[in-house]
Design a protein around this ligand. Structure first.
Ligand SMILES: [Zn+2]
Length: 363
């Protein structure tokens, strides 16, 4: 199997970069179809207008769900307006709708995240839900977005919990890529891991350790420092390329299992992935100093280290076993771990991680 790395053709990140959107997008088209929310439009339109030049822009309000109905509606609206590039500005569901619509129309797509809570913006993937918001399928796209543009002024003004959740998602990247490398598993773009993807995954982890706490403190004050810039790049680009071209393993499989527990629905994706990372490390019997480093990071940023932190008030063994079974399901990524893992092993690792978390918290 060949080594494959996927990436957006261009990644642009900077303070106040929103005003240069049209200039950058001119590489791909002249008439922009901008999909965003009502509040999103209010926040970004003045800056975009500042640098509009002779570009034409048609704004369209997103209906709230990335479902087939909405994708079809967006495609019709874009065609009707005669636009030649789709721009998705906002959060994950807007991005996924923009990516899917652009793919079906054969148009270039530009993704503009206004939060840094996950590593999805750079990926060649849309998660499709039913009209009622139930997960339906993954739509694997043949290419990553043509461009991802991040205005760090905008992202640093979002609630700090979102940036922290993004760090939780990014925390898993290196450990999952390392597991895939050890097991020689395929990554999410159907190839083996390049040296570049592995180096980006490692840099992602190192950046979290170096700048994570600083960035969190700055964003609490709504300011954008160099540390914030680095964490936005880690959460969005390094983790994005790192997970997709490095591969997923234990942490995300455990996250997926945890979604079966109703109480965890209050938590963001990245918050559950952080706990999944801890479980993967226990499963791997990781060295004590590594566990120590990861748990300390979670404690300092407020990422969950116990089942109680995940909202689970009363731990029921049969419920945790259900999580373990789901995580170990054949179509999930736990099979990418470099050794055989049974649901019993996962159960023990979840309870072990919880015990460790409580020990560190002194409870
Ligand atoms: Zn993730």
């Amino acid at each position: 199997m060949a080594k494959i790395i996927g990436s957006p053709s261009r990644y642009v990140q900077g303070k106040g970069e929103m005003k240069n959107l049209c200039g950058h997008a001119a590489n791909f088209g002249k008439k922009l179809f901008v999909l965003t929310s009502v509040s999103g439009r209010k926040r970004v339109e003045p800056a975009i207008a500042e640098g509009q030049g002779d570009a034409q822009i048609v704004y369209e309000v997103f209906n709230g769900e990335c479902c087939k109905t909405e994708i079809n509606r967006v495609m019709e609206a874009c065609k009707g307006a005669g636009c030649d590039v789709i721009v998705g500005i906002g959060g994950g569901k807007i991005h996924d709708t923009a990516k899917a619509a652009a793919h079906y129309l054969g148009l270039p797509v530009v993704i503009v995240p206004t939060i840094a809570s996950t590593d999805a913006p750079c990926s060649a993937l849309s998660v499709i839900y039913t009209d009622d918001g139930v997960f339906e399928e993954y739509l694997f796209l043949p290419a990553s977005p043509n461009m991802v543009l991040v205005d760090t002024d905008v992202v640093s003004k979002a609630p700090e919990r979102l940036l922290i959740a993004g760090m939780g998602d990014a925390l898993a990247t290196y450990f999952e890529a390392r597991a895939c490398q050890r097991s020689d598993a395929a990554n999410c773009v159907g190839g083996k891991i390049t040296m570049a993807a592995m180096a980006l995954a490692r840099l992602c982890y190192d950046t979290l350790l170096t700048d994570g706490i600083n960035a969190m403190l700055a964003v609490k004050e709504n300011i954008c420092t160099k540390a914030v810039e680095n964490i936005i790049e880690a959460n969005t680009y390094l983790s994005g390329i790192g997970f997709e071209s490095g591969g997923l393993a234990g942490a995300h499989a455990i996250h997926n299992g945890l979604t079966a527990i109703e109480e965890t629905h209050e938590l963001y994706h990245g918050e559950k992935v952080a706990f999944g990372t801890l479980v993967q490390l226990v499963l791997e019997h990781a060295p004590e100093d590594e566990l120590d480093e990861v748990i300390d990071f979670c404690l300092e940023t407020g990422l969950p280290v116990t089942l109680e932190d995940l909202g689970i008030k009363e731990v029921k063994p049969e419920q945790i076993m259900e999580v373990a079974q789901l995580a170990a399901a054949e179509n999930d990524t736990l099979g990418n771990m470099p050794f055989e893992v049974t649901p019993e092993d996962v159960y023990a690792a979840i309870m072990g991680a919880d015990a460790l978390g409580r020990y560190y918290k002194g409870i």
